[in-house]
Design a protein around this ligand. Structure first.
Ligand code: HEC
Ligand code: HEC
Ligand code: HEC
Ligand code: HEC
Ligand code: HEC
Length: 389
């Protein structure tokens, strides 16, 4: 085994299989690939992971679209959302019946890790990007070297035949399979998903800080991202002030983000400014955004604009031609994590899907709308003497 593990890792993400080879003489618990089973011995990883979007990747927004697809196209989506061989679909009928199952069990995992609960008996695809997706190949567990050690190779352990330790688990390349498209898919020089390359060009790659350093601090399985307001807020420096020309200004610096803010084409960040008079009445408004906007045309995907904030970049948003009566300018930074998907769901609903598909897409739209949040608000007082601009 020890000799073969290097070659196993080389093809780790090619058609990944988790199921246990027949010859393993293990307990039912060790053979069980459900995350609730792993949780019996790895509770802390389970408790973090279950709240992450990886646990929710087998989602109503994706499955709701399956009604209009063949099972091979559906399995193509699962390549990132639930990629193990035993998570993929065998037939159109199986895929179509999965819409009903997801409606019945919107929660694909039992949150108390109760192995007798009905969720713990659902097909493995319901657990999305779950433990076995990242850690199991043909029953064998793979993981990072033990904490404080660099040692790679087969480690003996008290369960599931030990595990194979590899430093690859600590590197950005491990996440690339699902978070980076090949360069040959580029639109205006950049693939739709370009996170790993953006990271390579940032100072964080030189400092040896990988995706895991920020998204799995102390190896915690939280995978927080743009959907988490406090995680996002902490990574930015934002302030408002009068600039040297006495113009109200908002300044934003990307301090601790290892890629563009936002990295994907799906979120949008807007910066809004309002000039108010003494009574609080709005006199003027301004709006800017940070987004990479793409659209699909006959020639394929096209880029409309790319105004995202790059790692370590500082940008200023300044208002000018202020109204005479303005006494205050109020700034707001608003994050719309699922901007692109909201549009997708709305247009899918215009096509009048039926039954389960309709309900799932409606649920997805509702969830996407609830994800918007106010990242920052601040104001500057304006003195009337500065109104000459
Ligand atoms: C019966 C208890 C038990 C179950 C069930 C179990 N594990 Fe483990 N696991 C262990 C033990 C014990 C070790 C060895 C820890 C050590 O020696 O450092 C281990 C080690 C690991 C490691 C290596 C940790 C490292 O330091 O790199 C990974 C990864 C892992 N297990 C994943 C899983 C996954 C995924 C599942 C479910 C599919 C699972 N385990 C189910 C007990 C269990
Ligand atoms: C290369 C990997 C990859 C493939 C293939 C893929 N996705 Fe995704 N998908 C992602 C990632 C990463 C996210 C989260 C980031 C984002 O918002 O774009 C996501 C998010 C989503 C979302 C929004 C969040 C949610 O789960 O509700 C939907 C809906 C979705 N994908 C549907 C699909 C569908 C339908 C397909 C197949 C046509 C597909 N995806 C194929 C990686 C992939
Ligand atoms: C998206 C991939 C991914 C998923 C899903 C995932 N892990 Fe991990 N896991 C990792 C990576 C990467 C590391 C190493 C992180 C590091 O070293 O910074 C890791 C580390 C571990 C370790 C070693 C922890 C330590 O402190 O030494 C265990 C045990 C483990 N995972 C178990 C699990 C279990 C159980 C689940 C499901 C509840 C799970 N993982 C889900 C990627 C994943
Ligand atoms: C220096 C810390 C840091 C590093 C390194 C880092 N990230 Fe992030 N990441 C963040 C922060 C903070 C956010 C939330 C703000 C945002 O969305 O840009 C985020 C957001 C995300 C998102 C949410 C979607 C989006 O459009 O922004 C994804 C996906 C993601 N990161 C994946 C990765 C991957 C994959 C890597 C490694 C190639 C990585 N990150 C490296 C800090 C980091
Ligand atoms: C098997 C494919 C796969 C792998 C491997 C994978 N991810 Fe993901 N990741 C996804 C999908 C799919 C989503 C979107 C889930 C959803 O919302 O439906 C996602 C979502 C995320 C998010 C949440 C972004 C947000 O919008 O807030 C972060 C952060 C993230 N991944 C980081 C990582 C890191 C770090 C690694 C490597 C340790 C990694 N992922 C490995 C498929 C994967």
């Amino acid at each position: 085994m020890a000799a073969g593990w290097q070659s196993t890792l080389a093809s780790y993400w090619d058609a990944p299989v988790a199921s246990v080879k027949q010859h393993h003489d293990w307990s039912a618990l060790e053979k069980n690939m459900r995350p609730e089973a792993c949780a019996q011995c790895h509770e802390s990883q389970f408790n973090d992971w279950k709240q992450s979007l990886h646990a929710k990747a087998y989602s109503p927004g994706m499955v709701g679209q399956f009604a209009a697809m063949g099972h091979e196209a559906g399995s193509d989506c699962l390549r990132c959302h639930a990629p193990l061989e035993q998570q993929l679909f065998d037939s159109d009928a199986q895929m179509l019946s999965s819409l009903k199952t997801l409606r019945q069990f919107p929660q694909g995992v039992n949150l108390d890790a109760d192995l007798d609960a009905p969720e713990a008996k659902l097909p493995l695809r319901h657990s999305g990007v779950s433990c076995a997706v990242c850690h199991v190949r043909e029953g064998q567990r793979f993981g990072p070297p033990r904490k404080g050690s660099q040692q790679e190779g087969l480690m003996t352990g008290a369960a599931h035949g030990g595990f194979i330790a590899s430093q690859k688990f600590e590197q950005s390349a491990f996440c690339a399979e699902c978070h980076q498209f090949p360069q040959s898919y580029a639109i205006n020089g950049k693939p739709l998903e370009n996170t790993v390359r953006e990271w390579q060009q940032s100072k964080f790659s030189q400092e040896g800080k990988h995706c895991q350093s920020c998204h799995m601090p102390d190896r915690k399985h939280q995978f927080k991202g743009i959907h988490d307001p406090s995680f996002t807020r902490k990574a930015l420096d934002i302030s408002v002030f009068m600039n040297k020309y006495d113009l109200p200004t908002l300044q934003i610096t990307s301090k601790h983000i290892g890629h563009a803010f936002p990295t994907y084409v799906t979120p949008k960040v807007t910066i809004q400014a309002k000039a108010l008079d003494k009574q609080g009445k709005v006199l003027q408004t301004w709006q800017w955004d940070m987004v990479r906007e793409v659209f699909f045309a006959e020639e394929g995907w096209q880029e409309k604009k790319d105004t995202r904030l790059m790692p370590s970049e500082t940008r200023m948003f300044t208002v000018s031609k202020l109204h005479q009566q303005a006494v205050q300018v109020l700034f707001e930074v608003i994050v719309i994590p699922d901007q692109f998907y909201k549009g997708v769901y709305q247009s899918l609903l215009l096509d009048k899907p039926e039954g389960d598909a309709k309900v799932l897409i409606q649920q997805a739209l509702q969830q996407a709308e609830q994800n918007d949040y106010l990242l920052y608000t601040g104001h500057v007082e304006v003195m009337s003497a500065t109104h000459s601009q």
